[in-house]
Design a protein around this ligand. Structure first.
Ligand code: PLP
Length: 454
C-alpha cells in the first residue's frame, strides 16, 4: 500500500540527500529505509513494518518516542519565546532553569554549564576551555589533550580530531594539532593474552607512558567516555578507571569525561562517571539530555575550571547562536523532570540493567558469539567464527553488517561496529520488551550463522 511513497521518497533521497555516515553510491541499489513514525520503543517504516529500536535512535531517545509532555513543552515555549540568545549578558527562563536543574543532578563539584547545540560542539568547547584554563593559570605549554584510539567525540574538526577513528582522520585531515591518542581498554579485541584486570592496568600505564614521552608539563587533559559507545560499547575492566585516576592526579592533568552517551541514565546513574566514582573537571553532554526530541548539548564545568574561567578570565570569546535555545532547553528540562518523576535512573540501575544483563548473557552460548557484555542499558555481542579460540570471521564476509541487516529485516535495530553488535535501547523499555529484543537478536544470530556457513 505504501510502496509508491517509498519509491518516490527513495528516488528523491538518492537524487538530493547526502546522509551522514553513508556510502552514497550504496544507496543506488536498495535505497534508504524510510522511518515515518514511532511510539514507545518502536519505530515504523513506510513499508508498514514495526521495528523495536534497540539503539534509541542514535543512543538518545532515552524516554522513548511519542511523549506528549515533551511536545507540549516545545510548543508552549515556541509560542512564548521561540528564540532568544544567551550572548552579551542576556538570557531567558528555560536556559536558566535548565542550568539549575543540571547542576542539581550533577556531582557536587559541578555548578556551571555552558550550552551548545550538539555533542560535537560540546567537545569543541571542551578543547577551548581546557586550553584557556591552562593559559589563565600561566601554563600555556600545558596544551596537549590525550584521547583514545577508536573513540568517537563528534564530527566537527575538533571533535573528529579528539576522536580516534582512523577512517575519519583519513578523510580530509590534517587534524587539530596537540591531540595524542592511546590504546583503548578493549579487552576482548586487544587484551585477551592477559587477564582483564592486568589489561586494564596496562591501558592506564599506556597513558602514563604517553605523558612521560610528551613531557608532563605539556599535557593539559585526558578525554574519554566511561564506556566507549560508538567504538563498540567497550566496558573497561574494573581496574582501569581507578588506575587512570591515579595517573592523572600524579601529573595534574584535567579529566574530561564525555557523557554524551553515558549521561542521563544509560549506565544506571545520572552520569556514567558516577558509576566509576570519577570526578571529572569537564563533562560534555547532549543526546539523552533532551531524549533527542530537540538538539541540545553542553559542557558541565567543575568548580576548578569554572572558578578560573570566571575569576581570572574576563570574556570567553566562544558560543553558538543556538547555545541554550529556548525551545530545546524547555524540552530538556521537561525531559529531566519526567526522568526524575518516573524514577528512570533507579529503574535502570536496580531492575532493567540487571535484567538485561541476565538475559543478554544467555546469548554468550550462541555458537557465533565470543562475548556478551552489558552495563545498565548498553550491551554488545562479539561475533566470532570459532568460539573456542575467539577467532574472528574473515573480514570480507562482513558478518557484523550482515547480522545488522538481518536484525532490521526481522524487526530489531542493532548497530554493528565491525563484528561487534551493539544495543542501547530506550530507558523506558519493559522486561517483556527486553525478552523480545533478546529473542529477535537470537533469531538474527541463527540466520547470520546459517548464511555464513553456506
Ligand atoms: N561524543 C560522543 C561520545 C558521541 O557518541 C557523540 C555522537 O554520537 C558525540 C560526542 C557527538 O555528538 P553530536 O552527534 O550531537 O554532535
Amino acid at each position: 500500500m505504501n510502496r509508491p511513497i517509498t519509491g518516490e521518497l527513495q528516488a528523491l533521497d538518492r537524487a538530493h540527500h547526502l546522509h551522514p555516515f553513508t556510502d552514497f553510491k550504496a544507496l543506488g541499489e536498495e535505497g534508504s529505509r524510510i522511518v515515518t513514525h514511532a511510539e514507545g520503543v518502536y519505530i515504523h517504516d513506510s513499508e508498514g513494518n514495526r521495528i523495536l529500536d534497540g539503539m534509541a535512535g542514535l543512543w538518545c531517545v532515552n524516554l522513548g518516542y511519542g511523549r506528549e509532555e515533551l511536545v507540549e513543552a516545545a510548543t508552549a515555549q515556541l509560542r512564548e519565546l521561540p528564540y532568544y540568545n544567551n550572548f552579551f549578558k542576556t538570557t531567558h527562563p528555560p536556559a536558566v532553569r535548565l542550568a539549575e536543574k543540571l547542576c542539581q543532578l550533577a556531582p557536587e563539584h559541578v555548578n556551571r554549564v555552558f550550552f551548545t547545540g550538539s555533542g560535537s560542539e560540546a567537545n569543541d568547547t571542551v578543547l577551548r576551555m581546557v586550553r584557556r584554563y591552562w593559559a589563565l593559570k600561566g601554563r600555556p605549554d600545558k596544551h596537549i589533550v590525550i584521547a583514545r584510539e577508536n573513540a568517537y567525540h563528534g564530527s566537527t574538526v575538533a571533535g573528529m580530531s579528539l576522536g580516534g577513528m582512523a577512517p575519519m582522520h583519513g578523510q580530509g585531515g590534517p587534524c587539530v594539532p596537540g591531540i595524542e591518542h592511546v590504546r583503548q581498554p578493549y579487552w576482548f579485541g586487544e587484551g585477551r593474552d592477559q587477564s582483564p584486570e592486568a589489561f586494564g592496568r596496562a591501558c592506564a600505564q599506556a597513558i602514563e607512558d604517553k605523558i612521560l614521552t610528551l613531557g608532563e608539563d605539556n599535557v593539559a587533559a585526558f578525554i574519554a567516555e566511561p564506556v566507549q559507545g560508538a567504538g563498540g560499547a567497550i566496558i573497561p575492566p574494573e581496574s582501569y578507571w581507578p588506575a587512570v585516576k591515579a595517573v592523572l592526579a600524579k601529573y595534574d592533568i584535567l579529566l574530561v569525561i564525555d557523557e554524551v552517551i553515558c549521561g542521563f541514565g544509560r549506565l544506571g546513574e545520572w552520569f556514567g562517571s558516577q558509576h566509576y566514582g570519577l570526578e571529572p573537571d569537564l563533562m560534555p553532554i547532549a543526546k539523552g539530555l533532551s531524549s533527542g526530541y530537540l538538539p541540545i548539548g553542553g559542557v558541565l564545568v567543575g568548580d576548578r575550571v569554572a572558578t578560573t574561567l570566571i575569576d581570572d578570565g574576563g570574556e570567553f570569546f566562544h558560543g553558538f547562536t543556538y547555545s541554550g535555545h529556548p525551545a530545546c532547553a524547555a524540552v530538556a528540562l521537561k525531559n529531566l523532570e519526567l526522568m526524575e518523576a518516573e524514577n528512570i535512573v533507579e529503574r535502570v540501575r536496580d531492575d532493567l540493567g540487571p535484567y538485561l544483563a541476565s538475559r543478554w548473557s544467555e546469548l554468550a552460548e550462541h555458537p557465533i558469539v565470543g562475548e556478551a557484555r552489558s552495563l545498565g542499558l548498553v550491551g554488545a555481542l562479539e561475533l566470532v567464527a570459532d568460539q573456542a579460540s575467539g577467532a574472528r570471521f574473515d573480514k570480507s564476509l562482513g558478518a557484523g553488517s550482515l547480522c545488522r541487516d538481518l536484525c532490521f529485516a526481522n524487526g530489531l535495530v542493532m548497530r554493528s561496529v565491525g563484528d561487534t553488535m551493539i544495543i542501547s535501547p530506550p530507558l523506558v523499555i519493559t522486561r517483556e520488551q527486553i525478552d523480545e529484543l533478546v529473542r529477535l537478536a537470537r533469531q538474527a544470530l541463527d540466520e547470520t550463522a546459517r548464511r555464513l556457513k553456506n
